[in-house]
Design a protein around this ligand. Structure first.
Ligand code: HEC
Length: 124
């Protein structure tokens, strides 16, 4: 093996090692309160009402429930929960609101997710 081939080999090995180190996931401490849900493939986190809301409701109702969104303004939506009781909120989420873009979520979310998101809405 010529000198230059050895040099090349060494450089290649060193470069691969650097890549491997760079690609290794940085170890982050477990964070049980994480509610980040971005992108279509992000998992819906069962009882994490905030995560469910940000994924399924924010688009229309806005992050703060005040519906200052394109959709919210177009349909002149009222802020949620407004003066609604939690029971009423639960019903609307499960069954939707007739003649509006508010669709029923009972087939789309688990009972646990509906409960959690209703609880989250009540805190908005
Ligand atoms: C496609 C847009 C859209 C999405 C997504 C959506 N909503 Fe709605 N929502 C509406 C519209 C439109 C209304 C009717 C607004 C009104 O009458 O002021 C409504 C009404 C409501 C109401 C009753 C408000 C009232 O004044 O009667 C609640 C509670 C509610 N939505 C919660 C949710 C929750 C929780 C989610 C997510 C699981 C969700 N919505 C997802 C569009 C949407």
């Amino acid at each position: 093996m010529s000198f230059s081939r050895i040099t090349l080999l060494t450089i290649t090995i060193a470069a691969s090692a650097t890549l491997l180190i760079a690609a290794a996931p940085a170890s982050t401490p477990a964070d049980t309160t994480t509610t980040t849900v971005e992108g279509p493939d992000a998992p819906v986190l069962g009882a994490d009402g905030k995560a469910v809301y940000m994924k399924k409701c924010k688009k229309c109702h806005g992050a703060d429930g005040k519906a200052q969104t394109k959709m919210g303004k177009k349909y002149e939506m009222d802020p949620i929960p407004g003066k609604m009781s939690k029971d009423k909120v639960l019903k609307v989420i499960k069954n939707g609101k007739a003649n509006t873009k508010m669709k029923a979520f009972k087939e789309k979310l688990s009972a646990e997710e509906i409960d959690a998101v209703a609880a989250f809405v009540m805190k908005l």
